[in-house]
Design a binder for this molecule. Structure first.
Ligand SMILES: NC(=O)c1ccc[n+]([C@@H]2O[C@H](COP(=O)([O-])OP(=O)(O)OC[C@H]3O[C@@H](n4cnc5c(N)ncnc54)[C@H](OP(=O)(O)O)[C@@H]3O)[C@@H](O)[C@H]2O)c1
Length: 315
């Protein structure tokens, strides 16, 4: 309300330059115009000086009067002046053009710098975002592993006896009789769930005592004695044994092959002989499994072959 400052009109530097250049240009054209007038008067004067006043009368070069040369020389000078004003000092002069160009370049550079800054900021933000996402992903994986290991309280164990050539059975029967191996099988599996294929189940005269049998079959109404569980796939079999700390997969060849991907441990009796067979145990990949125990048992009157108890744990 009070003391309102009077606004003084601001002319920026560029406008000022434009005005100055326009004035300079007017001055140049004025000078050219004056030159033209002087040239006309001068030419008339030279003609009169020679023809009327008789100045330099009779002075000729190549049969032409001297004043003609003088007028042409002046005309040449005038044309040079015209050329200078309209062509050499184009619009506002070379200096002005150069200044404008420099300004333009400086402005462009400023813009480029700003863009660069923008890019850098964006890049930084993207890098931060990526780092944040990666850190989060790592945390999620760690959490998942932690949760899985918390959940996974059972140790799925494959138990098998195999010859040197991985033979495990022929005509749905075992190929050997090794009483100490059977004793070991009984003691390890006692009180646990034993998961098996339908064919292995049928190779037993009757269910083994003190174990929960889980039989895998694709058949819809596969009949089994009371207490035996029937499932349609290996995953359901493992699920049915979820309350057991150490469920065992006891064969045969088809089920072993599928369980190798899921098992945590292998209890292998390696019978030191190669057998003719129709069913085989899969090869144990040492990059996935490490041997943690190895006990040799020699051949004797109760055992036709020597063998070793080997334990493998998943790496
Ligand atoms: N040396 C040892 O330690 C040892 C141990 C056990 C057995 N064995 C020997 O191994 C031989 C038997 O093995 P094997 O390979 O012939 O048979 P197996 O593995 O015992 O049983 C195969 C049967 O399991 C069922 N099955 C397999 N995969 C399945 C799936 N993904 N989903 C649903 N059902 C599935 C099918 O039953 P359905 O046909 O009813 O659908 C299949 O015919 C015998 O000679 C036995 O003595 C040796």
């Amino acid at each position: 309300m009070f003391g309102k400052k009077k606004q003084t009109p601001q002319i920026d530097k560029e406008q000022l330059e434009l005005i100055e250049n326009a004035q300079r240009r007017i001055r140049q054209k004025k000078r050219l115009y004056i030159h033209f007038v002087i040239f006309l008067i001068g030419a008339v004067f030279l003609i009169l000086a020679n023809t009327v006043l008789g100045i330099g009368k009779g002075v000729q070069f190549f049969g032409i009067d001297w004043f003609v040369y003088a007028i042409f020389a002046w005309l040449f000078f005038f044309v040079y002046h015209v050329f200078n004003v309209f062509v050499t000092h184009k619009f506002m002069g070379k200096n002005w053009e150069k200044q404008q160009l420099d300004k333009l370049v400086a402005k462009q550079q400023q813009r480029i710098e700003k863009l660069k800054e923008g890019f850098l900021k964006e890049e930084k933000l993207m890098a931060q975002n990526q780092a944040y996402t990666e850190a989060n992903a790592e945390k999620t994986i760690e959490k998942a592993i932690e949760e899985t290991s918390k959940k996974k309280t059972s140790e799925l164990t494959i138990i098998v006896a195999a010859g040197e050539n991985n033979a495990i059975g022929k005509d749905n029967q075992l190929i050997w009789h090794l009483s100490d191996d059977l004793k070991r099988f009984k003691s390890l599996t006692n009180g646990h769930h034993i998961i098996m294929g339908r064919k292995t189940f049928e190779s037993f005269p009757k269910p083994l005592p003190n174990r929960t049998h889980i039989v895998i079959s694709r058949q819809e109404n596969y009949k089994v004695p009371d207490g035996v569980i029937v499932v349609n796939n290996l995953e359901d079999a493992i699920d049915a044994a979820r309350n057991d700390k150490q469920p065992f997969v006891i064969g045969g060849g088809e089920i072993y092959k599928q369980a190798m991907l899921l098992a945590d441990k292998i209890e292998l009796t390696r019978v030191h002989h190669s057998f003719e067979a129709d069913t085989f145990f899969p090869k144990i990949d040492s990059s996935l499994w490490k041997e943690t125990s190895n006990t040799f048992h020699g051949k004797d009157e109760d055992h036709d072959y020597s063998f070793s108890f080997l334990t493998y744990e998943r790496r």
